[in-house]
Write a protein that binds this ligand. Structure first.
Ligand SMILES: Cc1cc2nc3c(=O)[nH]c(=O)nc-3n(C[C@H](O)[C@H](O)[C@H](O)COP(=O)(O)OP(=O)(O)OC[C@H]3O[C@@H](n4cnc5c(N)ncnc54)[C@H](O)[C@@H]3O)c2cc1C
Length: 188
């Protein structure tokens, strides 16, 4: 079975991306090894949320993505290799096939480096290396995207979650062959 989108990382960037891809009807898998730095945060600067503990933000994000059909597996993604339909993601817990892959791995670029994806020095405080992604989130390996901290954006939950959404919209648009928008309308 081939997923439309496999997302590595269930922090704000990854779960926000999964919320969009799953809600758009794309078969979505999130692989995560439970190392989110967001779980150490107390957040009072996320628009629309007065204050929230990081672990709660992460759990609510996962629940929102799961509501629209996102599947989650626990494990460390170790390598991405090209396959007929897209990519095979090898983890310490099995292998999965996806047409597109979004790296939302936070501080880690280990998977990108192991898979021969180009990285570059980080520019944000305390961030040494990030995945070399363009403005769309596309990496040096076509079909592999990067979002959030690992893509070099400012390390704040509103920004990393927004970046995950942005990259997901680009992936959905590519799968659909037309620009995608997701607007629900308030019922009168
Ligand atoms: C102490 C602290 C306080 C903070 N306070 C604030 C604040 O007040 N306001 C604010 O806006 N931001 C705050 N932040 C920053 C915020 O948490 C981050 O900027 C942002 O949420 C990171 O999101 P992310 O999705 O990019 O990364 P993460 O949340 O780190 O998620 C990355 C995920 O990828 C997974 N992963 C990585 N590699 C692999 C792999 N190979 N296989 C499987 N899974 C993998 C990890 O397990 C992790 O779950 C704080 C951070 C810290 C550390």
């Amino acid at each position: 079975m081939t997923y439309d989108v496999i997302i590595i990382g269930a922090g704000p960037a990854g779960s926000s991306a999964a919320l969009f891809t799953a809600k758009a009807g794309k078969k979505t898998l999130v692989i995560d090894n439970n190392q989110s730095v967001t779980k150490r945060a107390w957040v009072e600067n996320h628009y629309g949320v007065e204050a929230i503990a990081g672990p709660d933000l992460v759990e609510i994000g996962k629940k929102q993505a799961a509501k629209f059909g996102t599947e989650f597996v626990q494990g460390k993604a170790e390598q991405l290799t090209k396959s007929e339909e897209g990519f095979q993601v090898t983890t310490d817990n099995g292998a999965y096939e996806g047409k597109h892959v979004i790296l939302a791995t936070g501080l880690s670029v280990e998977l990108a480096e192991a898979s021969g994806i180009q990285t570059r020095p980080g520019t944000e405080p305390r961030i040494k290396t990030v995945v070399d992604a363009d403005a769309q989130g596309s990496t040096s390996l076509k079909g592999v995207w990067a979002a959030g901290t690992t893509a070099g954006v400012s390390m704040h939950t509103i920004v990393t979650a927004g970046d995950g959404a942005k990259v997901a919209i680009n992936v959905i648009s590519e799968l659909n062959g037309a620009r995608y928008v997701d607007h629900d309308i308030l019922k009168a």
